[in-house]
Design a binder for this molecule. Structure first.
Ligand code: PGA
Length: 256
């Protein structure tokens, strides 16, 4: 039985006050909720404050980060590294988000290298994959996801997905309020797990596959009712403690 992971991707949002309020509010809201891993990924400048605020609370909130460089130090202006993240208690790092693939021209192969570097440094990659609206309409969703997953398998072998997380995020559903139906998401999740199972059934059985893209308290339970949806990567709704906690609770109930 896979333990669901619900992760908040804060993107470029936050302030000192928000970090404190959101994390302490979340801590209070999820008090005693069992059976689900809860993570937040604030911007890197807030990791220190986030780590301290989590430590003041009662719940074990996992600290995540957004993106990584391919080196631990050096002349790479503006980047952050796994070693730096680890100093702040970060264990999970989001890579390959469509906003990075798109605005920063990150290729499948480049993202696969980030995946490798995170594994090498003992961090959990949260590998985002997903298709554009045009690809969806052309019936290319499975092929696009397979290409993005295969870039990692080609570089590292399928075993690299042991202990890793995949977030299936249809790009047309991100921040648009136009979420995929639970049935459509389940079909894609099953195809992703099937692709991995064709190479190694045990790896496929344990890999966490989150759904992401306009997940809200109102639709979260429909996703978590699906056998191959093991949690969610949540953008907008993770910026409100009550909304995010409601999604966490929906995961706990559905997967109990
Ligand atoms: P959203 O973002 O929940 O605001 O659609 C999800 C994501 O991009 O990870």
């Amino acid at each position: 039985m896979r333990r669901p992971v619900v992760m908040g991707n804060w993107k470029l949002n936050g302030s000192k006050a928000m970090v404190k309020d959101l994390i302490s509010g979340l801590d209070a809201e999820i008090k005693g909720v069992q059976g689900v891993d809860v993570a937040v990924a604030p911007p890197a400048v807030y990791l220190d404050l986030a780590e301290r605020t989590i430590a003041e609370g009662q719940e074990k909130i996992i600290l995540g980060a957004q993106d990584t460089d391919l080196t631990n130090s050096g002349a790479f202006t503006g980047d952050n590294s796994p070693e730096m993240y680890k100093e702040f208690g970060v264990t999970h790092v989001i890579i390959g988000h469509s906003e990075r693939r798109d605005y920063h021209s990150e290729s499948d192969q480049y993202v696969a290298k980030k995946f490798a570097f995170l594994k090498e440094n003992g961090l959990v990659p949260v590998l985002c994959i997903g298709e554009t609206e045009a690809q969806n309409e052309a019936g290319e969703t499975e092929a696009v996801c397979a290409r993005q997953i295969n870039a990692v398998i080609d570089l590292l072998g399928v075993e690299a997905f042991n202990g890793a997380i995949i977030a299936y995020e249809p790009i047309w559903a991100i921040g648009t309020g136009k979420a995929a139906t639970a049935d459509d998401a389940q079909r894609i999740h099953a195809s992703i797990r099937g692709l991995i199972a064709a190479k190694d059934a045990a790896v496929a059985e344990q890999v966490i596959i989150q759904y992401g893209g306009s997940v809200k308290p109102e639709n979260a339970a429909t996703y978590f009712a699906q056998p191959d949806i093991d949690g969610a990567l949540v953008g907008g709704a993770s910026l409100d403690a009550k909304s995010f906690a409601a999604i966490v609770k929906a995961a706990a109930e559905a997967k109990a």
